[in-house]
Write a protein that binds this ligand. Structure first.
Ligand code: ATP
Length: 352
């Protein structure tokens, strides 16, 4: 309990996680690709105190390295790249290092089917799903499981256009044939994208009371994708701009009158998670939403861990100042929760 180190893979939101942990007095442990170490050496305040260098992410499940993490008394903070590189199945069965949050959450997040069930049961408005390309009767958005960060996603207005675009992407090498066999076809939702970042705390009475815990709304971002800049090709639209791969994040706030919706969506997501996979979601999560004045908020995904959009706010966001007296990032918020759990001798309530 005295020498716990906060660790994660050096990628995604690691700088923010390490800085936040250091601010709260923890030592930090970075699992880092040898070729990426210089990136983390470049930021003295956010570089991990200890590096565990690897050549390939597959090595993380090696028993000697797992032993090393145990010997270093590490609690792992799972982020997007962590879940992707290790896989939710291995996280559940092989990765026996303590992780922050409820492990079952990652399984629910990792499956589109389970995610939809969760959000449906929460009563959130979701995009219509088409089970087969032959059902396409309106503009749709097409996704694939193997596609990372929106790569290869496209829109179509008919079954014919669907197959034309799909085949073209496979031919160009943008999509792998094996990944394209299981398309996820959704209603194309128009509007403005908002990604609210929440934290569900077991200890601190700072946010909205939900069951035994408290829901804090910390910040919000909007992703940046080549499609957002497609106007730059005008008057001719260049095909390369029709790309939804996430390349960065922008800061954003909502009209204050919409905060009630944002908070209600967060409350419902937490409340339902407790019913579906107790003790439910713990710590950070985010909803991927599109708002249109005629339709309200549509939620197209939940990220049940820290999201990279929080990297915009290492010193707090326009919203966190309404909750905390000092600058609090999501990374630091996680460290505060772990510190509080240690103080209360209740680490098992936030670590699994
Ligand atoms: P993965 O699903 O592999 O985790 P991801 O989370 O990066 O990838 P999404 O966030 O689902 O992918 O989608 C990427 C982008 O595609 C979004 O930021 C948004 O611009 C667009 N998008 C996704 N779903 C829809 C939709 N139903 N309607 C309109 N645009 C959408």
């Amino acid at each position: 309990m005295k020498n716990i180190q906060i660790g994660t893979i050096c990628s995604h939101s690691a700088l923010q996680i390490f800085l936040g942990a250091k601010q709260e007095g923890f030592k930090t442990f970075g699992i880092c690709l040898r070729k990426k170490q210089f990136v983390y050496e470049a930021f003295p305040l956010a570089k991990p105190d200890n590096f565990m260098l690897i050549d390939d992410y597959e090595e993380i499940l090696d028993s000697t390295l797992l032993r090393k993490m145990i010997d270093n008394n590490v609690i792992i903070i799972p982020h997007g790249s962590f879940v992707e590189y290790i896989g939710s199945k291995s996280l559940e069965n092989t990765f026996f290092i303590p992780i922050f949050g409820n492990r079952k959450t990652l399984e629910w997040e990792g499956s589109r089917k389970l995610q939809r069930l969760w959000l449906e049961k929460a009563g959130l408005k979701l995009p219509v799903v088409y089970n087969n390309p032959s059902e396409i009767d309106d503009k749709v958005f097409v996704k694939f499981s193997g596609a990372k960060g929106g790569k290869g996603f496209f829109t179509a207005n008919s079954e014919k256009e669907f197959y034309e675009k799909l085949n073209k992407k496979i031919k160009k090498g943008i999509l792998r044939k094996e990944d394209s066999t299981n398309p996820f076809i959704q209603e194309f939702v128009s509007g403005v994208r908002y990604y609210p970042h929440y934290f569900y705390s077991q200890f601190k009475n700072l946010g909205l009371s939900v069951r035994e815990g408290f829901l804090e709304f910390l910040s919000m971002d909007k992703r940046v994708e080549p499609i957002d800049e497609s106007y730059r090709g005008l008057p001719d639209s260049l095909e390369d701009f029709y790309d939804y791969t996430v390349t960065g994040n922008q800061s954003i706030i909502v009209r204050e009158s919409l905060l009630s919706d944002v908070l209600e969506m967060g409350v419902k997501t937490v409340d339902t998670s407790i019913n579906l996979f107790p003790p439910g979601i713990l710590g950070p999560f985010s909803l991927e939403t599109i708002y249109h004045p005629n339709k309200g908020f549509t939620v197209f995904e939940v990220s049940a861990r820290i999201v990279a959009g929080t990297n915009l706010y290492p010193h707090g966001s326009p919203y966190s100042f309404y909750t905390f007296k000092k600058p609090i990032s999501m990374g630091r918020r996680i460290a505060i929760e772990i510190k509080e759990a240690i103080r209360k001798k209740a680490l098992e309530r936030v670590v699994s």
